[in-house]
Ligand binder design. Structure first.
Ligand code: GLN
Length: 293
């Protein structure tokens, strides 16, 4: 396409949908909307109400770059730079795990448990281990006014992105981000203080790492995915952490691999009360919840 050619939003959208379909994108229209929104600074709805607006040459260049990255198999969320998670928009960037729909359910169940656990009045304290993009902590803060969260990650890229997401949502005084392994640098101050310990740890059993879709294995951080031989390496550390840091009756909430929930339950059945396995959106076992005795 010649540089001087005028390209309206409508023409750019039609072109992008056709281009991405040809290259096998499973959701060419959705991808095009996100890429076009990213290139123009418009919302996805505004894309549809500004069909006649011409793209500037910078916008055209950015759209072309996005289309190129997408057809090379890079996840849409990295290319467009953001994704929707529950009621918020979360920035996504290479180096940090992209929020998954099942994790929205982890937050849903945690909110339900917290409502049952508290009378709504007192201030609640939560720890999230492995904050990644910040989607879990930011959603908790967004949907529950009386919770404060300390969120850790060993990855500096994750802490940087989670900070940007937190700041964009103005949760600076509700979420404290700490770069550390597990809870190492905050453990001493949190003993017996937590109402909730929540985590979506790396949990793919190592032997399954090779079988991940290319879109995941080539682009997303293996640090956030590989859970060791049985997928429960970090889970084992988390359950011990919960016993030290949760208040009596405090909530332990963790997402895990669908084949590992029974094994996880066996590991904590004698240590925790009310251990239960919950299912994700497609009915697979996905989460384990329990209460500290
Ligand atoms: N659910 C993610 C996936 O299937 C795994 C996330 C994780 O290991 N925490 O890619």
């Amino acid at each position: 396409m010649a540089a001087e050619e005028i390209w309206t939003i409508k023409a750019a959208l039609d072109f992008s949908v056709g281009f991405l379909s040809k290259y096998g994108d499973e959701h060419p229209r959705l991808s095009s909307e996100w890429l076009l929104a990213d290139a123009t600074g418009l919302s996805r709805v505004e894309v549809y109400t500004n069909f006649d607006k011409p793209l500037s040459s910078e916008e055209k260049a950015q759209l072309r770059e996005g289309l190129k990255r997408r057809v090379q198999g890079e996840p849409l969320q990295y290319v467009s730079g953001e994704t929707a998670f529950r009621h918020i928009i979360v920035k996504a960037e290479p180096g940090v795990l992209i929020p998954r729909p099942e994790t929205e359910m982890l937050v849903e169940y945690a909110l339900e448990e917290l409502k049952e656990y508290s009378n709504g009045a007192q201030e609640l304290l939560a720890l999230e281990v492995g904050v990644g993009s910040g989607c879990i902590s930011c959603s908790l803060a967004d949907e529950l006014d009386n919770v404060k969260i300390i969120a850790t990650d060993i990855s500096p890229e994750a802490i940087a992105l989670a900070s940007r997401n937190r700041d964009a949502l103005s949760f600076e005084d509700r979420i404290r981000l700490v770069e550390t392994n597990m809870a190492d640098s905050v453990q001493a101050e949190l003993e017996g203080a937590l109402d909730l310990l929540i985590s979506n740890p790396p949990y793919i059993p190592s032997q399954y790492m090779k079988a991940l879709p290319k879109e995941v294995s080539l682009f997303e951080p293996h640090l956030a995915l590989d859970g060791g031989p049985d997928g429960l390496d970090i889970f084992r550390e988390l359950k011990e952490l919960g016993l030290k840091l949760l208040k009596p009756g405090g909530i332990f909430a963790c997402e895990l691999h669908e084949e590992k929930l029974e094994a996880a339950k066996e590991l904590i059945d004698s240590q925790y009360n009310e251990v239960k396995i919950l299912e994700d959106l497609v009915g697979r076992p996905r989460f384990i919840f329990a209460r500290r005795p």
